[in-house]
Design a protein around this ligand. Sequence first.
Ligand code: HEM
Ligand code: HEM
Length: 176
Amino acid sequence: MKKYPPFVIIAHWLTVILLVVNVYMGFKLEDLAESQGLTEATFGNFRTHALVGMLILLITLARMYVKRKHKDELPQLQYYGETHKKIVNLVHALMYLMLILIPITGLINVYQSGVFGVCFGKPFPENAALSETWHEIHEFLVKILLVLVAAHVAGVFMYIAKTKENILKRMCLLAK
Ligand code: HEM
Ligand code: HEM
């Protein structure tokens, strides 16, 4: 069975794990932002979430690069038809787009709050405040990603049920 390149496989599952961690951490952060705001005491929590988010962004960009480099060797699906092909490609493309836009919107929010310099040794600024608009956009994009992931996972199992081809093996390092 033709498989995805090892880097793509590792990146896929590492992204899944990091996303679970960061979505959970993000909603905890939202509560913290509402109760205490972005202060010197809560800054560490925001920084951890931001670092995990930036790691997801880096892995995504590297994965896109590796996929592009190996584009002629990637495994192909037996599409049910043109519409199925378009939907699969659209869902994949939108998931990539969200994995890029979510960290960027989070980064903009943190940057505009004025605390960015703290990472480079500057003192914590007075009146640091997160933006309601960027918070809303960040959250909206996360919700879109969660819907896309649900559609993706359902699509994978429906494909396996219909074609009897276990495509999970193509995303697995050890399977033959
Ligand atoms: C793929 C990566 C990321 C995921 C899945 C993610 C997810 C979330 C979620 C679910 C929330 C709670 C909803 C909300 O308040 O918007 C949140 C909040 C937040 N995230 Fe992220 N995030 C990611 C990356 C980042 C990055 C890279 C940064 C900053 C550099 C960041 C900064 C923030 C901030 C500041 C909040 C709190 C906003 C507020 O409640 O006012 N996020 N994130
Ligand atoms: C956080 C959630 C997830 C994201 C963002 C995601 C994203 C993607 C993307 C973009 C692809 C296309 C190949 C690539 O570009 O690397 C893919 C392929 C795949 N994903 Fe996921 N995925 C997620 C979760 C899952 C889960 C939970 C499963 C388990 C059922 C799964 C199973 C697969 C399989 C089997 C393929 C290969 C399909 C094929 O052979 O063409 N994914 N995933």
